[in-house]
Design a binder for this molecule. Structure first.
Ligand SMILES: [Zn+2]
Length: 340
């Protein structure tokens, strides 16, 4: 099969790789319908995360089950399935509590690389969710978004306790932040403040339900959020970047008693204990348990209540993955969909 491999920072190649096969009786092999480039793929691509030799890339995937191991019960060949970046048994106490990304049997959900023609998914019963029927082509981008960015934005909104009567601020205008806006809207938030300096992203945020746009960032951004909330700060802030600046911006923009849902992959963030102590805010986040939300998200997509696939503003064939990365790195694209 063909698959994308990162050889060194900035060096993505689509090359011939071994076809994945069933290795454990709980595995499934799926033929991908579409895949995509994640904001978190840019960390190693930019050399901020070390690259130790050629690394198969990609962890967002949807596709049709090709083959299942002898112990797999809930999915079968021919079904269209959505998975996510961690495989989980969905039966342990942690999974049952809704934290499948911390499953006691957790494994990478796309160990053989999701930017490829085929993928082996471990713990298929616990990890994959089948759609009620084969989706029409126009639903595939939205189902692919559910695999990570929608599920992650959704968890950010849930962790921030977005809901009726709440003012929600969103730090970060990448796909996760934009879908955090969509999630906050679906969860019934009264007011949604998107923080973005980019016109095309501001437009999409508004389409997804943002009521206000704040272009300032850092301390100025915090001051603007306070101005918009009677000096109090937002009830709920979704942090969807993962830097020191964005995390502090989120904490400082939250009112005492409010909630920060942090879902940007944390890079060299250290929190000042005393400021945190006196802030009175709740912090909850981490790698999103996308699996918890998949059945609901698939339903909302298949009945066309939400259209998260709009975050894909560039579509390329898998063979042009390198250009897909470059466009995102240069912020010419919000998110690249790769057709397989
Ligand atoms: Zn588990």
């Amino acid at each position: 099969m063909r698959g994308a491999v990162l050889h060194a920072p900035g060096d993505i190649r689509v090359e011939q790789r071994p076809d994945p096969t069933i290795e454990q009786p709980t595995d499934a092999v799926i033929r991908l319908s579409a895949t995509c480039v994640c904001g978190s793929d840019l960390w190693p691509y930019r050399g901020i995360e070390a690259v130790h030799g050629p690394t198969p890339m990609g962890h967002e995937y949807v596709g049709v089950v090709e083959e299942v191991g002898s112990d797999v019960r809930t999915v079968r060949p021919g079904q269209f399935v959505v998975g996510s970046f961690f495989a989980s048994d969905n039966t342990c106490e942690i999974c049952q509590a809704g934290y499948q990304t911390h499953c006691v049997n957790r494994q990478p959900g796309a160990a053989t690389g999701g930017q490829a023609e085929y993928l082996r998914v471990p713990l298929a019963d616990g990890t994959l969710v089948a759609t009620p029927e084969l989706p029409s082509d126009d639903l595939v981008p939205s189902l692919l978004a559910a695999s990570d960015v929608l599920g992650t934005g959704w968890f950010g909104a849930v962790a921030a306790e977005a809901g009726p009567g709440k003012t929600v601020a969103v730090v970060g205008d990448g796909a996760v932040g934009l879908l955090g806006v969509l999630a906050a809207k679906q969860l019934g938030a009264e007011r949604i403040i998107a923080m973005s300096r980019h016109e095309s992203r501001q437009r999409l945020a508004t389409e997804f339900g943002a009521t206000d746009i704040v272009a300032e960032r850092g301390d100025e951004g915090v001051a603007r959020i306070k101005e918009l909330t009677n000096g109090l700060g937002a009830h709920s802030v979704i942090e969807a970047v993962g830097t020191q600046e964005s995390m502090m911006q989120a904490i400082r923009a939250t009112r005492p008693g409010g909630h920060v849902g942090y879902v940007g992959v944390s890079h060299d963030v250290s929190l000042p204990g005393q400021e945190l102590f006196f802030s009175g805010v709740h912090l909850h986040g981490g790698p999103a348990p996308v699996r918890r939300f998949l059945p609901e998200l698939i339903d909302l997509i298949c009945n066309r209540t939400i259209d998260p696939g709009k975050v894909f503003d560039l579509t390329l064939p898998l063979d042009q993955a390198a250009e897909g990365y470059k466009a995102m790195d240069e912020r010419r694209a919000i998110k690249t969909l790769l057709t397989v």
